[in-house]
Design a protein around this ligand. Structure first.
Ligand SMILES: NC(=O)c1ccc[n+]([C@@H]2O[C@H](COP(=O)([O-])OP(=O)(O)OC[C@H]3O[C@@H](n4cnc5c(N)ncnc54)[C@H](O)[C@@H]3O)[C@@H](O)[C@H]2O)c1
Length: 276
């Protein structure tokens, strides 16, 4: 039996990472849109990978459990890549919190219970979480450690405290970073590591929806005025994921890596800074 990689989110970022790390493994590709999972599965199988597409919904614990059970049927799960998500222009506040915040927390928790000794995981948050003003230490701790089924009941996530879908997305991505820290401690008890990548604008179908959505000009301005002067590619995210998932990163766990062409730096100390 082969070791298994679970990939959630059959998008460009997920596929780029799976292609770097998934050779020699069974890759179980879960996505809410079966056609996305099938498309990436076919592309990868035609390139010599061994993948299977599965319809799953990251916002449902039951669906996550079914995906894990299916994966375990092929062998021991030694890798997790979570690149499923919805963006502020694609979904409602409720859907963003349910998929990006709650679903990610459940997935990290449940895979953490079965990950093979020495296994590794990466999840994808966003630079967006880095722009939101700091939360209090208590709020950060609540996002990190509240039991998953209680998370969406937290006062700071209630509709009166979430301004719009962008704010919901930022809270979800901040929560991802905090959850990765807390979960990395538990994963460590199994000799496994878990890290997070916070990408800037990376050209994918999700980002193209953003370029064409209400914040299109904001995004175009962002990559024109960041030090890199361009959006990123999924393969550049995979460069860092490959390092994090390899033995070279044996001392790295519970960390978030910002890969944004310098957009956050420019937001704080350069031309992208909001006008005062
Ligand atoms: N592209 C960017 O600029 C960018 C920037 C920062 C963060 N991210 C994050 O990267 C991750 C991957 O996004 P991408 O850019 O590769 O987008 P993508 O659109 O290429 O892929 C996302 C995939 O997630 C799937 N998905 C959505 N909701 C789901 C659900 N409930 N259950 C299972 N699958 C679901 C979609 O069907 C899609 O196939 C997301 O978490 C996104 O927030 C992307």
């Amino acid at each position: 039996m082969k070791d298994v990689m679970i990939l959630t989110g059959a998008g460009q970022i997920g596929m780029a990472i799976a292609r770097r790390m998934g050779y020699g493994r069974k890759i179980v590709i879960g996505d809410k849109k079966m056609e996305n999972a099938e498309a990436i599965s076919n592309t990868m199988n035609e390139a010599g990978f061994d993948t299977v597409p599965v319809e799953m919904d990251l916002s449902s614990r039951e669906s996550i459990m079914k995906l894990i059970e299916k994966a375990q049927g092929f062998g021991e799960v030694s890798m997790l890549v979570n690149a499923a998500g919805v963006s502020p222009s694609q979904a409602s506040i409720e859907a963003i919190l349910k998929v990006d915040l709650y679903g990610t927390a459940v997935l990290l928790e449940e895979v953490g219970k079965i990950i093979k000794k020495g296994g590794v995981g990466v999840t994808i948050s966003s630079q967006s979480g880095w722009r939101m003003p700091a939360l209090t230490a208590e709020e950060d701790e609540l996002l990190a450690t509240t039991p998953t089924e209680e998370l969406l009941k937290l006062p700071l996530l209630q509709p009166e405290n979430i301004k719009d879908t962008l704010h919901a997305y930022q809270m979800a991505k901040r929560c991802n970073e905090k959850r990765v820290m807390a979960e990395a401690v538990k994963w460590g008890q199994r000799g496994a590591r878990l890290n997070d990548i916070a990408p800037g604008i990376v050209v994918t179908p999700l980002a193209i929806d953003e370029f064409n959505g209400p914040r299109g000009d904001f995004y175009k301005n962002m990559f024109a005025n960041c030090p890199a002067g361009r959006p990123g590619t999924a393969d550049e995210i995979a460069n860092v994921a490959e390092l994090l998932m390899s033995d070279k990163a044996a001392f790295i766990t519970g960390s978030t890596f910002l890969i944004d062409g310098g957009a956050t730096a420019s937001y704080f100390y350069g031309p992208l800074a909001p006008k005062k």
